[in-house]
Ligand binder design. Structure first.
Ligand SMILES: [Zn+2]
Length: 277
């Protein structure tokens, strides 16, 4: 599933190519993919893209008249730029034709597993009042004090709390496992038992790993690609995610595999402690 760095990578590419571009036409190949009204003109037909805003794993394209398209990327969503009249790959559910400085190009929204969608809103404040009101602060900017406040009464595992988008938005399975490993915190520790000092380190690791991944174009495990269709490279830097049964890069112990919040969780039982240090 695209997490914060993968979605940020897509947004940066789209911002470079699409801001200032005008939408000439929209083709909806699978109408079930649109929420908030299926009228094609609501999908920016005739409008110009003014800016792109991301929060957690979601982002919006905002038009010059204030109308907004929110992209939920589901398990396998991508939004990529293609030459005008190029062949559509399978599973492209919506495509837009845009023009900028006399050049025409296309935007393809593809989602093979179909858990994603595009939701239209009349303005940005409706996004904040609806879709984003259920999300916690963005993981790249949340302060340690705020994260501590949000975790101090949670009796669930810290891994489950990090995956809960209403606590902090943007962290998924990959970056939860990687940041808990680098902070030496056991994924099944109760969230409320993490001390402020430990949390300061965890928050620092989360934010630095997310930033490193963004610099690497995100992690491509199955189908993440940036706006130009290029794979990310951060998967090569994963220390625990997807490495259950292999030796720990730090101590050599065999990495363990447990299920937490229905997600596969990999950790080192030697490096990651169940008790506060
Ligand atoms: Zn270890």
């Amino acid at each position: 599933m695209p997490e914060l760095p993968e979605v940020e990578t897509i947004c940066r590419g789209l911002a470079q190519h699409c801001v200032g571009a005008t939408v000439l036409s929209v083709f909806v190949h699978r109408p079930g993919f649109i929420r908030g009204g299926s009228n094609q003109s609501r999908l920016f037909s005739g409008l110009t893209i003014a800016r792109i805003v991301r929060h957690g794993k979601q982002f919006v394209l905002e038009s010059n008249c204030g109308r907004v398209m929110l992209f939920h990327m589901g398990m396998s969503g991508s939004v990529t730029i293609h030459p005008f009249q190029s062949l559509r790959a399978p599973h492209v559910h919506i495509h837009w034709t845009l023009t900028q400085n006399g050049n025409k190009f296309e935007l393809h929204h593809k989602d093979p597993r179909r858990f994603g969608y595009v939701h239209t809103y009349d303005n940005m404040s409706l996004v904040h009042k609806n879709a984003w009101s259920k999300l916690g602060p963005d993981a790249l900017v949340i302060s340690t004090e705020e994260l501590f406040e949000r975790l101090k009464n949670r009796r669930c595992a810290i891994k489950a709390a990090l995956l809960n988008q209403s606590i902090v938005a943007g962290v998924g399975n990959i970056y939860a496992d990687e940041s808990l490993f680098q902070s030496q915190i056991h994924p099944l520790r109760k969230a409320h038992s993490i001390t402020l000092r430990e949390l300061a380190e965890l928050n620092h690791k989360i934010q630095s790993i997310l930033k490193q991944s963004i610099r690497g174009g995100g992690s491509t495990i199955q189908n993440h690609a940036d706006a130009l269709g290029r794979a990310g490279t951060f998967q090569d830097a994963h220390k625990v995610y997807g490495r259950g049964g292999e030796p720990c890069v730090s101590c050599g112990a065999i990495l363990k595999h447990v299920l937490c919040a229905q997600r596969s969780t990999v950790f080192c039982s030697h490096c990651q402690l169940k008790k506060a240090r």
